[in-house]
Design a protein around this ligand. Structure first.
Ligand code: F0G
Length: 397
């Protein structure tokens, strides 16, 4: 066989690929090039959060892990936005929109579906405002089992619906809202070998608590405040469990103050009572009867935190602000956490100089319609150099 004139990579059968940036080695028929001396910046492959936190998640040794490489999401410190809105704080966003299906649900779903399969379930079911259904559909497909999802009529972002459908879930659009769907799921699940994968499933919480581990590992300590959007309150419960486990084991000394933000039209924790007809542009958190009611009140009390309401206008303005100042596109529900943090900083409820983590629960691409309705227009232009140049020069300053 003729040897290649320029041996860039000997290929997988001849040893590891040449490291990026390393000098290419020519080998005109000579024995294998000396690659051993080239520094190899390789690292162990990341294979999802059950593998990463094996001893902290109650999955049976030997169980088949259903994973799509979820978790390990970036904690991004905001550089421009605090200055723009004149607040003094170290604000980090945990961008959960970068999970495999675009939301934090994947953290819980890998554990819930792994456990369900291990118990012999042949299907999973959930009620969902969209993200849970997208995630359940994906992990069920990965596992080779059925997913049944109940979504509310009309009020679901198109990207989420597309995910559930393309991933092969049996998608039922009920004539009712999320709370109606949840009630039916609880009733129907007992009648087949099918596992509920909503956050009332404790394995969901076990997966989602790992986001708190990641925050603590990267900051080296707890933030002073953790701001998070609240719907069913599964996620605030999960973060608190994660923070508490690391503190109890002496890995960190403190836990953050937990601040939960709800959309004003769907704010049972702010009103102190269930809401029968929740309404908000942030359809992900259009929930009036939260499933983790007691747990969330316990988190508020133990952490010294609070719940507050954010108007739809504030939610959309913050979503846009984050996108334009930092290049981070989250979905409307996610922006509630940052909107709350900024408002509480300005009001002095959160002190200047505090370290804050905001969870951005889902990716903006899930729901482009809403975001585009509130951003600038595209500019029609003739296909000429002059027309394009004029527009650029007018705007570049
Ligand atoms: N943010 C997003 C993007 C969500 O999808 C959800 C919940 C939440 C926040 C609230 O989290 O319920 O744990 O307090 N979405 C669920 C769903 C209800 O069906 O996708 P929570």
């Amino acid at each position: 066989m003729a040897a290649p004139s320029l041996g860039v990579s000997p290929g997988p059968t001849n040893g590891p690929a040449l490291a990026l940036g390393a000098r290419a080695v020519a080998y005109n028929g000579d024995p294998a090039p000396v690659l051993a001396e080239v520094p190899m910046p390789f690292r162990p492959r990341y294979t999802g959060l059950i593998a990463r936190y094996r001893n902290r998640i109650p999955i049976r040794e030997g169980a088949r892990l259903i994973s799509l490489g979820e978790g390990n999401t970036p904690l991004i410190q905001l550089e421009n936005l605090p200055r723009r809105v004149a607040v003094e704080a170290e604000i980090h966003v945990k961008f959960e929109g970068l999970n495999p299906t675009g939301s934090f649900k994947d953290r819980g779903m890998t554990v819930a579906v792994t456990q369900a399969v291990d118990e012999g379930a042949t299907g999973v079911i959930c009620a969902s405002t969209g993200n849970t259904s997208a995630s359940a559909a994906a992990y069920a497909a990965r596992a080779g089992i059925r997913a049944f999802v109940l979504i509310p009529e009309g009020k679901i972002a198109l990207g989420k619906l597309a995910q559930a459908m393309v991933e092969g879930a049996i998608t039922l659009q009920i004539r009712g809202n999320f709370d109606d769907g949840m009630r039916i799921v609880k009733e129907v699940a007992g009648e087949a070998r099918i596992a509920i994968v909503n956050s009332i499933n404790p394995f969901r919480i076990e997966g989602q608590k790992t986001a708190a581990f990641e925050v603590l590992e990267e900051l080296g300590r707890a933030p002073d405040y953790h701001c998070i959007p609240v719907g069913n309150a599964g996620n605030i419960t999960a973060y608190w469990k994660g923070y508490s486990e690391y503190q109890q084991e002496g890995i960190v000394a403190h836990r953050p103050c937990m601040c939960g933000y709800q959309a004003a039209g769907a704010a049972p924790f702010v009103q102190g009572a269930m809401v029968d007809h929740p309404e908000t542009v942030a359809t992900a958190i259009r929930i009036g009867h939260p499933q983790s009611w007691e747990q969330a009140w316990a988190v508020k009390k133990e952490s010294g935190g609070w719940f507050d309401a954010i108007s739809d206008e504030e939610i959309l303005a913050t979503q846009r602000l984050l996108a334009t100042t930092e290049g981070i596109f989250c979905e409307p529900a996610s922006a509630a956490s940052l909107a709350g943090a900024l408002r509480d900083l300005k009001a002095g409820r959160i002190e200047a100089g505090a370290t804050i983590v905001c969870t951005l629960t889902g990716h903006g691409l899930k729901d482009p319609d809403i975001a585009m309705r509130h951003s600038g227009d595209v500019i029609p232009v003739d296909a000429t150099l002059e027309a394009v140049r004029r527009i650029i020069l007018d705007r570049i300053g």
